[in-house]
Design a protein around this ligand. Structure first.
Ligand SMILES: Cc1ncc(COP(=O)(O)O)c(C=O)c1O
Length: 404
């Protein structure tokens, strides 16, 4: 049976609401955050009602219950990502923290070392690396917007210590060929890091098949709550890492006489009271992912994306950025006369929520030669009827900003 977006959609209570202009909410800002299904919301409420206690500390039932949720979620995430085991999964607040954690492990790099980034990266995958002493090389995109293997090959060398790339770009939705990038990075002797912020709402991802050394992501981009995410790291690399934050939960021995000793992985990296209710929500999100017909979701997404590109292409005032790119339901465009913020405001007045601006990717905006874009990002709960609302809304923009 075909994927039924209407049935899928009914699981998300917020999607039945109206926006501030009393228009039914059409939510096309899924690259910023996705909405939560009732089962995830309920799991968090249930956790707070019945199992709220701290983890790793209590010797009483409630704490053991909270701990069971926490550690079973770690195991479920490990299985979903095809990690070698739960020791390779570290909970954190999300992609941004994961990338800061990783950069903090490489402070010994010197000015003779190089880190390779890609022009499409989100600020979260640029700024932590700029804090290090290593030189940064930036790989351009091909004319189509896709991965430029030649430029990458030119920039890779024996000096490259780290290659870090977004699996899916958050502005153009470009899908990067992880396996290929990883093979090239490893052949040069570099560590290969994947920013997976946009990955998990598009289907299962086998981290071992991608060949990455580290993968970071945020639950809120894939039907989970905000403030929780995880880092996958190869066990032998994690074993060599220092604790990132220190405090409760991570040491074995603490005294005023000698340096502290620390627990093993992954606990060594989870100092302080973690976001336990967030982990409960992530656990419910993993169960939700397991039930999704991902092939159906993919065909549905491709159909919607094609129609969005058609509608935008039919409007002479609109310019789609890098329409040739292999993209994942994220489409950026500009209007020849209206500023992206004006476009987003007018779409909002029609109930359509999109993002406008640089999308935390200022180097890419500059490379595209624009002052910002309007970004429309889809999720499986978006429907063909919602997409059709786009054409009249764009006509309204044309009326407000008429051509000569
Ligand atoms: C590609 C990419 N990387 C990193 C981030 C940062 O994610 P978070 O704010 O959840 O840490 C985002 C968020 O939009 C993103 O799209």
């Amino acid at each position: 049976m075909d994927f039924d977006a209407d049935t899928f959609r009914r699981q998300f209570p917020i999607l039945g609401s109206k926006n501030r202009f009393d228009k039914p909410l059409i939510y096309f800002d899924n690259a910023a955050t996705t909405q939560l299904p009732e089962c995830v919301i309920a799991a968090m409420a249930e956790h707070l009602r019945t199992s709220n206690a701290n983890v790793h500390r209590g010797i009483y039932g409630l704490s053991e219950q909270a701990e069971a949720t926490y550690e079973s979620t770690r195991r479920a995430v490990a299985r979903w990502m095809n990690a070698r085991g739960p020791q390779e999964i570290i909970f954190n607040s999300g992609t941004t923290e994961g990338l800061n954690f990783l950069a903090a492990q490489y402070t010994s790099l010197t000015a003779a070392d190089e880190i390779i980034l890609f022009v499409q990266e989100h600020h979260a995958n640029i700024l932590p690396w700029q804090r290090l002493r290593a030189a940064i090389k930036v790989v351009n995109m091909a004319e189509s917007g896709d991965f430029d293997a030649e430029d990458f090959g030119r920039k890779l060398s024996g000096r490259t210590k780290i290659v870090t790339v977004a699996h899916i770009g958050n502005v153009l939705g470009t899908i990067n060929p992880l396996r290929r990038i990883g093979e090239m990075a490893h052949a040069a002797g570099a560590i290969f890091i994947v920013d997976g912020a946009q990955s998990l709402s598009h289907g299962p991802l086998d981290v071992r098949a991608t060949g990455c050394d580290f993968f970071v992501t945020s639950a809120h981009k894939a039907f989970g709550p905000t403030g929780i995410g995880f880092l996958y790291g190869r066990e032998e690399l994690l074993e060599g890492f220092r604790p990132y934050h220190v405090g409760g939960g991570v040491p074995e021995q603490v005294s005023f006489d000698r340096p502290a000793t620390f627990r093993g992985i992954p606990t060594r990296f989870e100092a302080g009271t973690p976001n336990i209710v967030g982990v409960a929500g992530l656990g419910a999100a993993v169960k939700f992912w397991q039930k999704i017909d991902w092939n159906g979701v993919q065909s549905h997404g491709e159909r919607l994306q094609r129609r969005v590109l058609e509608i935008l292409g039919d409007n002479a005032s609109v310019e789609i950025l890098k329409p040739g790119s292999r993209r994942a339901g994220i489409i950026s465009f500009t209007h020849r006369r209206a500023h992206p913020h004006d476009v987003a405001s007018i779409l909002d007045s029609e109930g359509i929520a999109v993002r406008a601006g640089h999308h935390c990717a200022q180097p890419l905006t500059k490379a595209l030669g624009v002052n910002g874009t309007v970004r429309l990002s889809l999720a499986p709960y978006n429907t063909a009827e919602e997409i059709e609302k786009l054409a009249p809304a764009l006509q309204k923009i044309d009326k407000i900003f008429p051509g000569k």
